[in-house]
Design a binder for this molecule. Structure first.
Ligand SMILES: N[C@@H](CCC(=O)N[C@@H](CS)C(=O)NCC(=O)O)C(=O)O
Ligand SMILES: [Zn+2]
Ligand SMILES: [Zn+2]
Length: 192
């Protein structure tokens, strides 16, 4: 059964493979006047679709497309005065354009496994070729933004068809990274 729900406009027609040599570029917000521009030096990692209510998504999409990059790789190039932090209490300090709402970068500054990484939305790169998303996270969370529970089987089916294995939290790789960090912090795990 085809999903009635748009996963994301950049993915609905099939997931386009990225280019091996992708080396970063410029993220641009959706403003036609004084667009915010943010440079990302080098490639991105762990690109995925996220169904949570907090990540920025284009109109009509159930999922965001989101990846990480080291904080040192992020530089605001233009119109940074338009940025504000969406939720100062959140782990991810999402810096969004006040005019168009697009999230431009979201650093993790708190003590956490992801400290030092910034979350970015690769679809905002003015360049093509960014590494494609490889899984879907927080899939059940799309119910919180209005997807009917009855549509979930179709959504998960479609994600699998697109090669985006659905998870209701993060994928095993990232869940292991978080748990390893916690186990080291508590002293349960003595070595890597
Ligand atoms: N069910 C919640 C999940 C939110 C959530 O935990 N999002 C994940 C994926 S982006 C996260 O790491 N959030 C940290 C944050 O928002 O700072 C929602 O949809 O709002
Ligand atoms: Zn904008
Ligand atoms: Zn999210």
């Amino acid at each position: 059964m085809p999903s009635q729900v748009s996963i994301h406009p950049a993915l609905d027609g099939g997931v386009k493979k990225g280019q091996e040599n992708f080396d970063g570029g410029t993220l641009v917000c959706a403003c036609t006047d004084r667009a915010v521009k943010v440079a990302i030096k080098g490639t991105i990692a762990h690109n995925h679709a996220c169904g949570c209510t907090k990540c920025w998504k284009p109109k009509g999409a159930a999922f965001s497309v989101v990846a990480v990059t080291p904080h040192e790789s992020v530089t605001v190039l233009e119109n940074g005065d338009k940025l504000h932090v969406v939720d100062p209490d959140a782990l991810i300090q999402r810096h969004a354009c006040k005019a168009c709402g697009v999230h431009m970068y979201g650093p993790v500054e708190r003590e956490h496994a992801f400290k030092g990484l910034d979350f970015v939305h690769p679809e905002r790169f003015q360049e093509g070729g960014w590494p494609e998303p490889t899984f879907a996270a927080f899939v059940s969370s799309i119910i919180e933004s209005g997807t009917p529970p009855s549509a979930m089987a179709g959504v998960r089916g479609r994600l699998n068809e697109l090669g985006l294995t659905p998870y209701d939290c993060l994928n095993p790789t990232l869940m292991d990274v978080i748990a390893t960090w916690v186990a080291k912090k508590t002293g349960t795990l003595k070595e890597a």
